[in-house]
Write a protein that binds this ligand. Structure first.
Ligand code: ZN
Length: 437
């Protein structure tokens, strides 16, 4: 799907850049307007400029009754998502990053409503384009930088932990850049170094097709392709270690994965992958892979695509349930939208009062988190939604306004405040601090 979508629109990429307005969403000019750390005032405009400076200490417990205060905890915590494909709809289809687009799963309005503080954007180029991958990527980064320079009061494009930590104190929405698919460096170490110098902080070594770096999971599983990392791929991993760039193994074949484990001297991440033992799909990680990532001190961002969560998932059934939940939520938003915590309580009440056996429940997503925690410990799992990567998600998490439901479910599963803060963003912060200080 992703490839088809991109093919349709890539032809107009170079003449259609102007479709992206880059206008402010009306909340600019208050970048340094620090608010009290708790979300007593839960109004949307306040939460937009919420400073997270007092939540950087992950050990603290602010809430004595999590059952009552799950949503308060969510908006108080630092919430980070390590994979999102919205840049393609924005740069190629006319979606607007700072508007509530009816056709996208995410944008700045939805992230703010969903309590997200930081999004690591996927910089992606369709693999079927034989040439000019690198130029294409440079232009995508140019566009993101223009957006940043036109929205300096509300949007911070960061490239290391120090910048991230500082931007959290301002309440700006934070963007980080990761790259998906090593084909974009076109077999050139110099291009890798340029990506780094432009601020890209992870590289997924492959997408679904193998490249000069190594063999992809799909090629290995569905096409029986043998391989691993090439000699160039081994040099790429070593250079990424030297530069301070996260090696992302989502989409990578298993033999190449083990070559990365042998080669890398830094924490390894999977920006958007789930557990193979719960959902046997070539894109997911086996228990041994999960343990190896944890042993490296790394990180796994849980992907919200139903196919990587639920082996029995049915997209039609999920879409029906989502339509019902979304309609109810739209009405509740018009009534309670100036109080995000109350809105979330009402939305969750509707969901629990309207149970369904159809589709795929968010409980399965929590099962994947649970599995990693039981297998490897609490320190290695986070969120890597893959929103707007042409995916059908799961019943309750129909778009980026729904992150708070994950926090509520974690509370119901018995996770303590400190552990929930780690899953929502703390675990990625730790790895990012270590690799990209
Ligand atoms: Zn992907």
């Amino acid at each position: 799907m992703k490839k088809v979508l991109l093919t349709l629109f890539t032809g107009i990429l170079f003449i259609n850049f102007a479709c992206f307005s880059g206008k402010s969403g009306g909340n600019d000019g208050n970048g340094n307007n620090n608010k009290p750390e708790t979300l007593n005032s839960t109004k949307l405009n306040d939460s937009i400029n919420q400073s997270k400076k007092d939540t950087l200490m992950l050990a603290q417990n602010k809430f004595s009754d999590l059952n009552k205060d799950a949503f308060k905890l969510h908006y108080d915590a630092i919430v980070i998502d390590t994979h999102n494909d919205i840049l393609m709809p924005v740069f190629l289809q006319g979606a607007e990053l700072d508007k509530d687009n009816p056709g996208t799963q995410s944008d700045l309005v939805k992230w703010k409503e969903g309590g997200l503080d930081c999004q690591m954007f996927s910089i992606y180029v369709p693999e079927r384009y034989k040439t000019n991958h690198f130029n294409y990527v440079m232009k995508l980064i140019d566009k993101l930088e223009s957006f940043q320079s036109e929205n300096t009061g509300t949007f911070a494009l960061c490239s290391n932990y120090r910048e991230l930590e500082s931007a959290l104190k301002t309440g700006k929405f934070i963007a980080l850049m990761g790259a998906e698919g090593g084909n974009m460096i076109e077999g050139s170490m110099e291009n890798l170094e340029t990506l780094y110098s432009r601020g890209v902080r992870y590289l997924g070594l492959t997408w679904n097709t193998s490249n000069a770096i190594g063999t992809s999971a799909r090629d290995e599983t569905e096409r029986g392709k043998q391989g691993g990392l090439t000699e160039f791929g081994i040099d790429v991993v070593k250079r990424m270690n030297e530069l301070g760039m996260l090696v992302d193994v989502s989409h990578l074949g298993e033999t190449a994965f083990w070559d990365v484990v042998k080669t890398s001297n830094a924490p390894i991440i999977a920006s958007h992958s789930n557990c193979y033992s719960l959902c046997p799909n070539y894109r997911n990680l086996t228990d041994d892979q999960i343990k190896a990532i944890a042993k490296s001190g790394g990180y796994i961002g849980i992907n919200f695509f139903y196919k990587f969560l639920d082996p029995n998932g049915n997209p039609g059934a999920i879409k029906n349930v989502q339509a019902k939940y979304r309609n109810a939520a739209d009405k509740l938003m018009s009534e309670y939208g100036d109080d995000l915590i109350l809105f979330n309580e009402k939305r969750y009440e509707f969901i629990t009062e309207n149970p369904t056996e159809n589709g795929t429940s968010v409980d399965i997503l929590i099962d994947h988190i649970d599995h990693i925690v039981k297998l490897a410990g609490i320190d290695y799992v986070g969120l890597g939604s893959d929103f707007d990567g042409s995916i059908v998600t799961i019943n309750e998490i129909y778009d980026a306004t729904c992150y708070p439901i994950i926090t509520k479910k974690l509370v119901e599963r018995g996770y303590c405040e400190q552990d929930i803060r780690k899953i929502l963003g703390g675990n990625f912060m730790r790895v990012f601090k270590q690799v990209c200080p």
